[in-house]
Structures are given as structure tokens and as C-alpha cells.
Design a protein. Structure first.
Length: 147
């Protein structure tokens, strides 16, 4: 769900459209992409009605709290593909994903969209160590290609 242009829609219109799609799916929704317009209530609404989601993509979902994301992730045991881009979730949410989504095969995490990204090759560690350790502890079918 995104507003790619053409028709101007406000966040409440996109929220209503997404809820309508979820309702029409009668619980059979398996793949959902949400960009920019995801809040705690919408994410809960989706997962309360569609527990069989296999693919979830969240992009620029700054209005979704980590607490709600963890709650939702713990209720998606059939999740196979997860793409989190430019959202504000920490390594704690990755730990929940690893413990709750045993069928996960593909995981994409993109937290940066900056031209001033600095790569550090030091062994001293860095700000993403918590994320790397959380992912390393997952017991899933995730393969290196999926990282």
C-alpha cells in the first residue's frame, strides 16, 4: 500500500483502503506491502484478521512503535519473507522475529538512506552489532543469500 502519485490520497484514505482490502481477504491475505502510512492500529488490524501472512514489507513506517511491531511479529508464525526498510526498530525486535518466525527464509533490513554512510572495518564493533547478534541467534531456514 503506497501512494505512488496520480491521485492524491491522505493517510486516512490509505488506512481505510488497506482495512477494506484486509476485510475483503476474509483472513486469507498472505502478502502485504506498506509504505509510509502504517501506524500501530493498522498493523494490529491487519494481523488480528490475517494470521497467515507469509510476506511482509514495511517501508518508512515511522508511526509504528517497536512494541507493536514485536507484538505483531510474535503472531506471524508462517512468515517466510520480511523486508524492513527505513523503520525505527532496534535489535530487540529482531530477537522477537527470530523467536517467533521459524519459517523465515528471507530477511532484508535497510536502515540507511544517507549519502554520508561510513563503513568501518574495525574489529571493535559498531552500532549494528546488536542487530547482527540478534540475527545470528535465529533458528530458522534463513540462508546467507537472504541476509
Amino acid at each position: 500500500m503506497s501512494n505512488d502519485g496520480g491521485i492524491i490520497l491522505c493517510a486516512s484514505d490509505l488506512d481505510k483502503m488497506c482495512r477494506h482490502v484486509v476485510d475483503r481477504s476474509c483472513g486469507n491475505l498472505v502478502d502485504i506491502n506498506i509504505e509510509h502510512h502504517c501506524c500501530d492500529d493498522l498493523l494490529k488490524y491487519i494481523t488480528d484478521r490475517c494470521g497467515g501472512i507469509r510476506r511482509l514489507r514495511l517501508v518508512y513506517c515511522y508511526h509504528t512503535s517497536e512494541e507493536r511491531f514485536c507484538e505483531v511479529a510474535s503472531r506471524l508464525p508462517l512468515l517466510e519473507e520480511l523486508n524492513i526498510s527505513l523503520c525505527r526498530f532496534s535489535h530487540e525486535s529482531l530477537q522477537v522475529i527470530g523467536g517467533s518466525c521459524p519459517l523465515l527464509k528471507s530477511f532484508k533490513l535497510n536502515r540507511r538512506c544517507s549519502s554520508n554512510f561510513k563503513f568501518s572495518n574495525s574489529l571493535a564493533g559498531g552500532e549494528n552489532d546488536g542487530e547482527a547478534l540478534a540475527i545470528a541467534c535465529w533458528k530458522s531456514n534463513l540462508v546467507i543469500e537472504g541476509l
